[in-house]
Design a protein around this ligand. Structure first.
Ligand code: NDP
Length: 328
């Protein structure tokens, strides 16, 4: 295949525009592994990059897509051989290096993870950065000593990609999961994923008191801003909150009271530059702790060209769960 299809992010004047293009093999960037891509996915960060809402792409033109899964075609890296099933989450993809919205990718072998035998390429991308980040959040809560017997766990942005996978994981691990959402009409869907109770996100998104009655032992927060401040204010003694997102905002208008009076831990989560050993641990745990039936229930499949239409809708909070992209 000397030419292939890709979604390219370009900058014309000050305006970022994304489009479906035909690319030549020689336009691939330097790397020691070439991958035949089977699937990619659409995360919040992808939508930011494709629409130019945030300056994610730093060189132009650039193939979008922060995730990919496929098969090694050729390799000069000692850990990878042709035929290996591999995936990438994050690193430089869609920032300074061509990403997963293409039928071919040439990448650094150090960015790759071997796709766990439990998952097909499609399932690996149904998980994608969002699902792997949900697992990083669960690992952070466990690291802080949280266990199901300590009390309820709250997940904010419940209908989003990170939120949906977090609910499924925490439910399978035995937690009583509270799901905060702006889409209360999706109660049946969220309960099918494993939520025990729903909380209307409006009750968390306005400015609140610096400390309030304990309502949960731990939380996975994908929303930030006033929501995260309120989540912290209602976390119980020696509780923990894993903060990974900014769907409401990047600010944190909170006080130190939950930390100094309740010994609450605020754990930051970064998926993009997470060390390889932690990624491997997260993927190993996903293989055992994520119910494949629930993963399928939260997943929608689209083609490469459909990504362009989906991105602005995702930023408006109109997309539910996870979306996989069949790049072929
Ligand atoms: P999605 O768009 O799939 O989900 C975000 C969800 O947040 C929405 O579905 C909605 O859920 C809720 N939401 C949207 N807007 C608002 C708002 N104004 N106020 C409160 N809630 C809102 O995104 P992802 O799940 O892919 O990502 C979630 C967040 O996590 C993003 O901010 C993303 O940037 C971040 N992220 C960070 C990573 C890291 O490495 N730190 C990695 C992956 C994601 P509902 O309708 O249920 O309310």
């Amino acid at each position: 295949m000397s030419s292939f299809r890709a979604i390219q992010i370009a900058r014309n004047g000050g305006l970022v525009q994304s489009s479906l293009v035909e690319m030549e093999e020689q336009a691939l960037m330097p790397g020691d592994v070439t991958v035949k891509v089977d699937y990619s996915t659409v995360n919040y960060k992808d939508a930011l990059a494709l629409t130019g809402t945030s300056p994610i792409a730093q060189v132009f033109p650039l193939v979008g897509g922060i995730d990919l899964a496929g098969t090694v075609e050729s390799s000069e890296h000692p850990d990878y051989q042709p035929g290996d099933a591999v995936l990438i989450n994050g690193w430089e993809l869609s920032q300074t290096h061509h990403g997963g919205y293409a039928q071919r990718a040439r990448v650094q072998g150090n960015w790759l993870v071997k796709t766990p035998a439990a998952f097909t390429a499609r399932q690996a991308m149904a998980i994608g950065t969002a699902g792997y980040t949900a697992m990083l959040c669960v690992l952070a809560l466990e690291h802080a000593g949280i266990a199901p017997e300590h009390g309820h766990v709250l997940v904010t942005g419940a209908n989003g990609g990170v939120g949906s996978v977090a609910i499924a994981l925490l439910h399978k691990l035995g937690y009583h999961v509270l799901a905060s959402t702006g889409r209360m009409e999706d109660e049946a869907h969220l309960k099918a994923l494993g939520a025990a109770e729903l909380i209307d996100r409006k009750t968390l998104s306005a400015p609140g008191k610096p400390l309030g009655p304990p309502r949960w032992a731990a939380a996975v927060d994908t929303v930030g801003s006033h929501t995260l401040a309120n989540v912290l204010a209602h976390t119980g003694y020696r509780g923990a909150v894993a903060a990974c997102g900014l769907a409401q905002g990047a600010d944190l208008p909170a006080s130190v009271l939950p930390f100094i009076l309740r010994n609450v831990t605020l754990a930051g989560i970064d998926s993009v530059n997470a060390p390889h050993a932690l990624r491997q641990r997260a993927w190993d745990r996903l293989a055992t702790d994520l119910d494949p039936g629930l993963l399928e229930q939260m997943t929608t499949e689209i083609g490469l060209a459909d990504v362009l239409e989906l991105a602005p809708r995702l930023l408006q909070g109109q997309v539910r769960g996870r979306t996989v992209v069949d790049v072929n």
